[in-house]
Design a protein around this ligand. Structure first.
Ligand code: G6P
Length: 511
């Protein structure tokens, strides 16, 4: 007799599990919490709840058995080496990632990758359906799993489904290039609530529904007849902006601990005690604008505006997607540039760039943030950029200055940063110089305002707001009747009013 698998009221599905397996020399393994925003973000909502997390354990091969970690049920999904190549590296990171990030590098389209993406999304959907309790809340994350909402709905129409997009949603002109655009939109529309980082991302999605699928949208809602359903049955889905954040309090507390404060001082000493320490921390990804940042820095060195030992740059490049060509080329280019800059501008024991291609524990990252006088965040396109928010959260001393690209989601909230356009190298150089030379009281005033914004809009607030919106999202299938037509008109009026209110709010934020 088979024993029924346990089921849960809240099920999170993301490409990666919140833990990764560390294999020791003897081939044994232990689980360790993965670094990264999503894990921290969801930890607080999952704690104390009857929750499961469905995701990939990070290594090709069969899925390990489900297990529990700190009270959360972890349900691994297996990816074969071909799945990793075609679903993860291929379709997710060589097709979708470039299209969703302004085609900074060209996207590749392969029908076999799409087939595997569909197959793997279906595997995730089945796993979710297996562990979701009757009437459960299912929260699907990011671009790797865009077909999962409709696939889960087909198997489990009783559950409430949300999806959150951690990266930008592209303008319709770019999204339209995807041969599978209709299937992707229909996959997402299986959700009750679609969350995006910025209002323009939600608007891009609504535009794709209208222009490419001819659907009706009103304010933040899309009303449509699901494919294959009775044409008189309609569903309504809400697409709205809800910018993700960081655990402000946890970072603030960590940055105040004597160990971290001492480590920050130690880092500065080991870098030769510069007057100005500039820092970059990024996944080694072409979206992050590392090349533009290095170009601006190199020119400032050439201009003799700055230079070691007084001013130095520490660049942490976190290893990422190393089997994908564009990432390999980027690494070669960045490391070549760092070598050239150091060859030309370093002195013995005084490098112009301290380049580190490693992962670091959380406390070490916090110490780096506390040590840095200027953080350079210069992406060409970024859904949010949590590094910017983490830096601000750590600066309880009101020290430090944030240089922030206007092409990040964070820019929509962090207006008191030193704002730059990374494509404008001259402008970027000037912004870096302004951040370095700004009077202390100006820097403190800016940092205080930035910290208030992040403290008031932390990750706990984001997660609770999302789940609350999901619980009340307009979702149940309905057959339009006279009465419900009237309700709909009322709803539309309310939506328009909400839209006006949220437009006004976002205008206020962007001033
Ligand atoms: C971005 C994506 C995440 C992804 C992360 C790391 O933040 O939004 O979904 O997990 O990058 O990338 P990786 O490919 O290593 O999971």
């Amino acid at each position: 007799m088979s024993v029924a698998a346990p089921t849960f009221d809240l099920v999170v599905a993301a490409n990666r599990l919140p833990v990764e397996r560390l294999v020791d020399a003897g081939g044994g393994g232990t689980w360790q919490r993965s670094p990264g925003g999503l894990v921290t973000a969801l930890e607080s909502v999952m704690r104390g709840r009857d929750a499961a997390w469905v995701g990939w354990a990070g290594e090709p091969g069969a899925a390990p058995e489900p297990f529990s970690e700190e009270g959360t049920h972890l349900h691994p999904v297996g990816l074969s080496p071909t799945d990793v190549e075609e679903y993860y590296e291929g379709f997710s990171n060589e097709t979708l990632w470039p299209i969703y990030h302004d085609v900074i590098v060209p996207a590749s389209f392969h029908r076999a990758w799409w087939d595997t993406y569909r197959t793997v999304n279906h595997r995730f959907a089945k796993a979710v359906a297996e562990v979701a309790a009757p009437g459960a809340t299912v929260w699907v994350h990011d671009y790797q799993l865009q077909l999962v909402p409709a696939m889960v709905r087909a198997i489990r129409p009783d559950v409430r489904i949300g999806w959150f997009d951690h990266i930008p949603f592209p303008p319709v002109e770019l999204f339209a290039q995807l041969p599978w655009r209709r299937a992707l939109v229909e996959g997402l529309l299986g959700a009750d609530l679609l969350g995006f980082q910025r209002t323009p991302d939600a608007e891009n999605f609504l535009r794709a529904c209208r222009r490419l699928l001819g659907m009706a949208t009103r304010g933040e809602t899309i009303t449509f007849t699901p494919p294959g359903d009775d044409p008189s049955v309609q569903r309504t889905v809400r697409a709205t902006a809800m910018p993700i954040s960081v655990d402000f309090r946890e970072l603030d507390e960590l940055a105040r601990t004597p160990e971290v404060v001492a480590r920050a001082a130690e880092i500065r000493v080991s870098l030769g005690d510069p007057e100005v320490l500039m820092l970059g921390v990024d996944r080694l990804d072409y979206t992050k604008g590392i090349r533009h940042r290095l170009k601006a820095y190199e020119e400032l060195l050439q201009d003799r505006a700055i230079g070691p030992p007084g001013v130095t740059l520490m660049q942490v490049a976190l290893p990422s997607r190393e089997r994908v060509d564009a990432y390999r080329h980027l690494r070669e280019e960045v490391e070549g540039t760092v070598g050239r800059i150091n060859g030309e501008f370093s002195a013995i024991g005084q490098p112009a760039v301290h380049y580190l291609h490693h992962f670091y524990p959380r406390t070490e990252m916090v110490a780096m943030f506390l040590a840095a006088d200027v953080l350079l965040v210069t992406p060409l396109r970024d859904g949010m950029n949590l590094i910017a928010k983490e830096y601000v959260s750590c600066r309880h001393d009101l020290g430090g200055a944030l240089v922030l690209s206007e092409f990040t989601g964070a820019w929509h909230e962090l207006h008191q940063a030193f704002i730059c356009n990374p494509h404008d190298i001259e402008g970027l150089k000037q912004t870096i110089m302004r951040a370095i030379t700004a009077p202390e009281d100006e820097r403190r005033r800016r940092m205080k305002a930035l910290r208030k914004r992040v403290a008031d809009h932390d990750v706990q607030r984001w997660a609770f707001r999302y789940l609350e919106a999901l619980a009340t999202a307009p979702a149940r299938p309905h057959r339009p009747t006279r009465a419900s037509d009237q309700e709909r008109r009322g709803g539309e009026r309310a939506n328009r009013a909400n839209q006006r209110a949220s437009d006004t709010a976002s205008e206020r934020v962007s001033q």
